[in-house]
Design a protein around this ligand. Structure first.
Ligand code: PAF
Length: 282
């Protein structure tokens, strides 16, 4: 597994693979890897990628003031061992100065779909995500890039950016991977311990409650969303930030009867902000 630390090194690797006729798959991450990330590598291979690159970069521009950029969990040695075991061909690990050298002043802003939900709670977050993902695409020149569906709004932002800027990269969403008790896997789960870890189940519990209702024939988006939100509101250690029903394709707000709906939730459990979602009827 090659380790590449600068944009020119990443570009040379990509150029060489393209010259050999490889189909390049990219799995962007911020490290602190878990089974969910390993599944993204698997999906890249399943979509026919013959050369898979993963990236590990904790991107400062997607963190707001007072957020967890400094304390975001980092463990390069463990991450590299996991990627090697998953069969990744190259890992891109640029430093902050490689990605944002002195004088950097260009950002990408996806407007519509970045608004509301996490975009409202984390101003500037999706501008940072879109900018770094564009830079990763330009360095790694992938044919396919795989992102987790847990970050549902992020996936929609990246799809819009890729389409609007004609990147010619196929964006693939990979299903959420859950712990046995339902908690969606996330690097930030490392912050949870004791009571917070148990309380964190309320997000998936609410979504599964909505799924049950949907299975029994309930189609009112408001009722389904209320069921998801109530599970979080009923957990004393959790503070609901949002529970919303959106169109599964466009992420436009939905109300009234919905034969297909994505329910997105965000909550703070103790000091840890968690998100989760479920799509019903698709
Ligand atoms: O989902 C993530 O880990 C990050 O937001 C991403 C897409 C790697 C951009 O920094």
């Amino acid at each position: 597994m090659e380790r590449l630390r600068t944009p020119p090194a990443m570009r040379s690797w990509a150029d060489a693979r393209r010259a050999e006729g490889a189909r390049i798959g990219l799995v962007p991450t911020m490290g602190c890897l878990h089974e969910g990330h390993v599944s993204l590598v698997r999906v890249a291979k399943e979509t026919g990628c013959s050369a898979v690159a993963a990236t590990i970069f904790v991107n400062p521009t997607q963190f707001g003031p007072g957020e967890d950029f400094e304390k975001y969990p980092r463990d390069e040695a463990r991450d590299l061992a996991m990627l090697e075991a998953a069969g990744v061909d190259a890992v891109y690990l640029p430093g902050v100065k490689d990605m944002y050298p002195e004088g950097h002043q260009t950002f990408i802003e996806v407007t519509g779909v970045s608004r509301g939900l996490c975009g409202a709670a984390r101003p500037g977050h999706f501008r940072g995500v879109a900018t770094v993902v564009a830079k990763l695409f330009l360095a790694a020149k992938p044919h396919v890039a795989v992102f987790g569906e847990k970050d549902c709004q992020q996936l929609a932002v990246i799809r819009a950016m890729t389409r609007d800027l004609d990147f010619g990269v196929e964006i693939v969403g990979a299903p959420i991977v859950r712990e046995e008790d339902g908690l969606a896997m996330s690097s930030r789960n490392a912050y949870l311990s004791g009571g917070d870890r148990i309380a964190a189940r309320c997000l998936s519990r609410g979504l599964f409650r909505a799924k049950d209702l949907f299975g029994k024939g309930e189609r009112d988006a408001g009722t389904l969303v209320a069921a998801a939100g109530a599970a979080i509101d009923g957990e004393p250690l959790a503070k609901l930030e949002y529970a919303e029903g959106r169109d599964p394709v466009t992420l436009a707000p939905l109300s009234g009867r919905a034969d297909a709906v994505t329910i997105l939730v965000a909550a703070k459990v103790g000091p840890t902000r968690l998100i989760d979602n479920i799509t019903l009827g698709n």
